[in-house]
Design a protein around this ligand. Structure first.
Ligand code: SF4
Ligand code: SF4
Length: 320
């Protein structure tokens, strides 16, 4: 049996909603098949008031073994580092986070807000929000760069806005079934099993990317969303086209550009009107190129691809 506690800081509950939609395995499977005991969760916990506080204090004192501490949302440290803008069970949430993280065997951050600060930590960041161990790309975050949970792992970061439900439940199951030591993380503490490949891996529009056939409108069934609509699929580490959403789709399959939500910089650019869904270019070359491709290589590659494009590359992907 593994005890799991889930708390929320500066959050919209999106990752909780995602988690409750998990299918492989589902949130119920965690309890019935994998022996996970959910000590408390903001949407599932039945205890209120002092009874919640008692659970938290018992975890901190060691009376209850805290195997997995999951945190969703930013650590709000305003005003002036006190964290008083986000109080929970009688004190600043940041104080619970610090003490529970020390007591837990594994600490898991779900969603962009908990991992790197996400939208709340975007300038001017009035809530002085931090991710658990990062602030955007900068190491440290709320717990500090050197933090390691009792397991020896740093905070395991499962980013996304929201994180895919199965990324969450599969990591929790790995821990609960004694395979936590197998979790290999990248430089941003993301489990490599999910975040080593790009959104582009498995994208049905790859042939359009290769031949530089561009989609010019949302929802268009042919064409790649990179050249005009700002798709970040080639630069974003995520398995969204390998582990599909609702088992059947992804943003790019539905004709919506990837926004790069699993990377620390999300949301990208200055968010001025017209910048998000438009590929930013300098002299016709996208400002952000697929990882490992330089400007010269891009010009040579796309020029040749455009000329070599066969007629079928222009065809509709889906024949109904
Ligand atoms: S750029 Fe986007 S739409 Fe184009 S192939 Fe890559 S992931 Fe798919
Ligand atoms: S497709 Fe891109 S923006 Fe959408 S969830 Fe995946 S990584 Fe995030």
């Amino acid at each position: 049996m593994a005890n799991l506690l889930w708390l929320q800081g500066g959050a919209c509950s999106g990752n909780t909603m995602s988690f409750l939609n998990a299918e492989e395995p589902s949130a119920c499977d965690l309890v019935t098949d994998f022996g996970i005991n959910v000590l408390w969760h903001p949407s599932l916990g039945v205890e209120l008031g002092d009874n919640v506080k008692k659970i938290l204090l018992d975890c901190i004192s060691g009376k209850i073994a805290l195997d997995i501490f999951v945190f969703e949302g930013t650590v709000v440290t305003a005003p002036n580092g006190t964290g008083e803008w986000n109080r929970f069970a009688g004190r600043a949430m940041q104080d619970w986070v610090r003490e529970l993280s020390k007591a837990a065997t594994y600490v898991v951050a779900v969603g962009d807000c908990a991992t790197w600060g996400g939208i709340p930590a975007t300038a001017p960041n009035p809530s002085e929000s931090r991710g658990m161990q990062f602030l955007k790309r900068e190491k440290g975050g709320f717990l500090g760069d050197g933090f390691k949970s009792k397991s020896g792992l740093p905070v395991v970061n499962i980013p996304g806005c929201p994180a895919h439900p199965d990324w969450i439940t599969q990591i929790v199951v790995a821990i609960a079934t004694g395979r936590g030591a197998d979790i290999a993380v990248d430089e941003f503490h993301r489990p490599k099993t999910f975040f080593q490949s790009f959104t582009q891996t498995g994208c049905t529009r790859n042939m359009h990317f290769a031949y530089k056939v561009s989609a010019t409108e949302f929802g268009q069934r042919k064409g790649c969303l990179f050249y005009d609509l700002g798709c970040r699929g080639p630069m974003t580490h995520s398995p969204c086209n390998r582990i599909l959403w609702n088992r059947q789709s992804s943003k790019t399959r539905a004709g919506m550009p990837c926004l790069g939500c699993t990377e620390p910089e999300f949301p990208f650019f200055d968010l001025a009107p017209g910048t998000v869904f438009k590929t930013q270019t300098v002299m016709g070359v996208p400002k952000d190129l697929p990882l490992g491709v330089d400007k010269k290589g891009y010009i040579a590659l796309t020029g040749a691809a455009k000329n070599a494009a066969p007629a079928w590359a222009e065809q509709d992907l889906f024949v109904v």
